[in-house]
Ligand binder design. Structure first.
Ligand code: SF4
Length: 334
């Protein structure tokens, strides 16, 4: 998958006003990255940094007020079919791309499950639309997938509200892998679950990715989840990717001052000293700062940082950052 210059955000209207007041929240601001087959890719950052908006935009899931402003998101099917989700309307995405080539696990499983439909009919619907499978056969298939994610077959005849949050999340994972898509996008897939179900859901996702050898994107504010699950990851700050690299490099040799602060604030085994967090708060995306968006909080900020925006550049093999501390000539901090 190749994402280039993706821009998306929220167009706000004053309550009670029928006129647009022109307030725009710049949630995803010219984001580019490439995903590879057979990898788990993480997207991390504080809440409100745009990571959930980014995957909604990649998926083409434009709820009211979320608007696309530019760029492209090209995904590739198992046989090399190419789809640019930014150029397709919802009907076409539902018919040709969603579930089959790309599936999405949102933060709340109830956003995927229809409360008026039994679990088995969720499976039957997807199999009917994409494979033309008849109901009886689809129910058999659903049974197989539910067993695969460790759920009792009784769950097939239940309505979503009759299952626990953990069970619903497993149903959504089973739906997401049903047609073996090349790309699965999971937004905080464990955040609404208790500790035991969190472990179950994350282990399940990793096992399925290993079996399918496809691409799994995990969005999480929890660096621990990325440390355990992902091969590579991106760090987002205020609507932009500020660093991309192998997860081990991000944890052990972070480049960007924001990433360094994130890693510094993590608890360490056996270290009882108080971890120091970043001072200040992320900028208002209705009016983001000029230059590097991190400059009001950055301990290394220089004059240029408030005047010009650094671009994402490869500093070491496969390790990119957007920061003026790294010059093209020497590739090391000045
Ligand atoms: Fe800090 Fe400047 Fe680098 Fe931004 S570009 S992270 S302000 S040093």
């Amino acid at each position: 998958m190749i994402v280039e210059g993706l821009k998306a955000g929220y167009k706000l209207q004053t309550i009670g006003s029928s006129e647009e007041v022109g307030v725009y929240v710049d949630a995803v601001s010219g984001v580019s990255f490439t995903l590879y087959r057979n990898e788990v890719f993480g997207i991390a950052g504080e809440s409100g940094c745009g990571k959930s908006t980014l995957i909604k935009a990649v998926y083409g899931y434009y709820e009211p007020s979320l608007v696309l402003r530019g760029g492209s998101a090209r995904i590739y099917g198992a046989k090399g079919e190419e789809f640019d989700t930014t150029r397709m309307d919802r009907g076409l995405l539902e018919k040709r791309v969603w579930w089959k080539h790309m599936s999405y696990i949102p933060q709340s499983s109830m956003n995927v499950l229809n409360p008026t439909m039994r679990i088995r009919d969720h499976f039957a619907e997807i199999l009917r639309i994409h494979v033309g499978m008849k109901k009886g056969e689809a129910y058999q298939e659903a049974r197989k997938y539910l067993e695969e994610v460790g759920l009792p077959v009784d769950a097939l005849s239940a309505f979503p509200h009759q299952l626990s949050g953990g069970m619903r999340q497993r149903v959504v994972i089973a739906l997401a892998i049903l047609l073996e898509p090349s790309l699965i996008l999971a937004d905080e897939p464990s955040s609404a679950l208790d500790v035991i179900n969190q472990k179950v859901a994350l282990t399940l996702l990793r096992e399925k990715q290993e079996a399918l050898k496809n691409t799994l994107v995990i969005v999480s504010h929890d660096m621990g989840v990325h440390g355990v699950l992902t091969h590579r990851m991106a760090i987002m700050y205020a609507g932009k990717i500020v660093e991309i690299g192998r997860t081990a490099d991000i944890f052990w040799k972070p480049l960007h001052p924001y990433t360094k602060a994130l890693i510094e604030s993590l608890p360490r085994l056996g270290d009882k000293s108080k971890r120091v967090g970043l001072s200040g708060s992320p900028p208002d995306l209705k009016k983001p700062p000029d230059g590097c968006r991190f400059h009001p909080r950055c301990p290394y900020a220089m004059l240029i940082c408030s005047r010009a925006e650094p671009s994402l550049r490869e500093i070491k093999e496969g390790h990119y950052t957007a920061c003026w501390l790294y010059s093209e000539a020497v590739g090391e901090p000045r």
